[in-house]
Design a protein around this ligand. Structure first.
Ligand code: AMP
Ligand code: ZN
Length: 465
């Protein structure tokens, strides 16, 4: 398997530390609001990564956190806690908000066929782990207390900016935009491990610690949870590209300072999905959620297909036209497969060549668009229907587009909607005496095997088998 690695800045031959299992950590959602479909692009890509690793023969042990405390408005630990903002917005407690949006996220994942990781752990349930790490970092002089908070001392590292090519000032300013400087910090890049003081609204959730009643910073949560569930050596750590700095940079700093050795070998980052405004947002413009797409009549799996049509390391622009095209492609795919199922004959054979090609595409840094091309090649191929269906089922272990599900009813109802729309358009054309257009519509239907008849009761249709 070849995978792009943000740490080495090249496509590496992926080698797990242990032969029998790949450990994989995913930064989970901050559960203060619904996930937008941009967030979900990242989770779809990570799902493809896990399933591709399985497909080529690895066992994967995967862990994801749920951020329910400590993620402040700015990623460089300033501003109000996002969870508190969510609770104030909805006049609920932080725990109620966390519970509600964790469930909402799980439902979105289900609708998009994103497998729920084997281990999912909320940040608030691992406080002991962060306290253990921070205690050792203080003992080893890698952290310090100032103004009531504990900070990680980035000057103690040889290279803090291991994940990025950028210069220190550019990076720090980029994240700090519009945010006041924290005068407690010894170095600009230092970050908070434990808060006891905040000038913003007070936290609802706090815990006792050797440094006072307080709460953890966002970055230490992922290090703590990963070390607790996946051990001292990690194969792959994932997230969206915005996580590279400062979040993942800080995770590496504190984990390796704590462990005294290298922690994670491969860093997998998914590029953003953007909308026309350039950036997906939960507060401005149209808040693009899975439920919104459903309310407009879209199948969430058409969105999954849209994501798979492009490479995870390329930015993707979301438009409804693109989703309409993906919907058409998806429906065509389903009806083609449905027709194979109605005539499922032959003995499964000669499938290896296509299966190898499919695996090759995945092994090539998860080239899902080529993997989809292999699927289309199979459908067009000389293979008998049983062999085609076998391969569709195999590929769908990774693609997860419900390709073999009984979709007949959905296809039928989509077809009916299309025909009724066309008939309505034709009737309008006739009313406007635009007979040329009316004929054109009739012919378009006829080409698809749909015959319409004008009767006294209205227009009826018949589908030729
Ligand atoms: P959050 O809930 O803000 O912690 O984000 C959850 C995940 O979504 C993180 O891995 C982010 O890197 C990722 N993410 C945020 N915005 C986008 C976007 N527009 N496109 C793709 N992934 C995103
Ligand atoms: Zn994280």
């Amino acid at each position: 398997m070849k995978l792009y690695n943000t740490l080495t800045r090249k496509i590496d031959d992926f080698k797990p530390i242990k032969d029998d299992v790949v450990t994989m950590y995913t930064c989970g959602p901050t559960v203060y609001h619904f996930a937008h479909i941009g967030n979900l692009r990242t989770y779809i890509s990570e799902d493809i990564l896990e399933k591709s690793l399985n497909y080529v023969g690895y066992n994967v042990k995967r862990c994801m956190n749920i951020t329910d405390v400590g993620h402040l408005s700015s990623d460089s630990d300033s501003g109000e806690d996002k969870m508190l903002k969510g609770a104030a917005r909805e006049k609920k407690t932080v725990l109620e908000i966390a519970d509600f949006y964790t469930n909402a996220f799980k439902e979105d994942c289900d609708k998009l066929n994103i497998k729920w990781p084997e281990i999912v752990s909320p940040a608030t349930q691992n406080i002991d782990e962060y306290i253990k790490m921070i205690t050792k970092l203080l003992e080893d002089d890698k952290a310090y207390m100032a103004g009531g908070n504990i900070y990680f001392d980035t000057s103690k590292l040889d290279d803090y900016y291991v994940l990025t090519n950028h210069k220190e000032d550019e990076m720090v300013v980029g994240v700090r935009e519009g945010v006041e400087e924290d005068s407690n910090k010894k170095n600009q890049a230092d970050f908070v491990l434990w808060f006891t003081k905040s000038k913003f609204a007070d936290q609802e959730l706090k815990w006792d610690s050797p440094w006072g009643y307080g709460y953890p910073g966002w970055h230490i949560e992922c290090s703590g949870i990963s070390l607790k569930y996946l051990g001292e050596y990690l194969d792959i750590h994932c997230g969206g590209v915005d996580n590279i700095f400062p979040h993942h940079t800080n995770e590496i700093a504190q984990s390796e300072a704590y462990l005294g050795h290298k922690w994670c070998n491969n860093w997998f980052h998914v590029e953003h999905l953007n909308d026309a405004s350039g950036k997906m947002s939960k507060s401005k413009g149209e808040f693009l959620t899975v439920s919104l797409l459903e309310s407009k009549g879209y199948n969430p799996l058409a969105y999954r297909l849209l994501c798979l049509q492009s490479h995870y390391r390329k930015q993707l622009l979301f438009t409804y036209d693109a989703l309409d095209n993906a919907t058409n492609a998806y429906n065509k795919l389903l009806s083609k497969i449905q027709s194979l199922k109605e005539n499922n004959i032959g003995e499964i054979k000669d499938t290896e060549k296509y299966n190898d090609k499919f695996k090759e595409a995945l092994k090539d840094d998860l080239n899902t668009s080529v993997a989809l091309t292999v699927l289309y090649d199979v459908l067009k191929s000389e293979l008998n229907n049983a062999s085609k269906l076998y391969l569709v089922g195999e590929f769908d272990k990774v693609l997860s587009l419900d390709l073999l599900k009984d979709n007949k009813k959905e296809i039928d109802s989509d077809l009916e909607k299309y025909i009724l729309d066309m008939i309505a358009k034709r009737n309008d054309a006739k009313k406007e005496k635009n007979y040329a257009l009316a004929d054109e519509i009739r012919n378009e239907l006829l080409e698809k095997g749909i015959m319409i008849k004008d009767t006294r009761e209205g227009t009826t249709y018949e589908i030729k088998e």
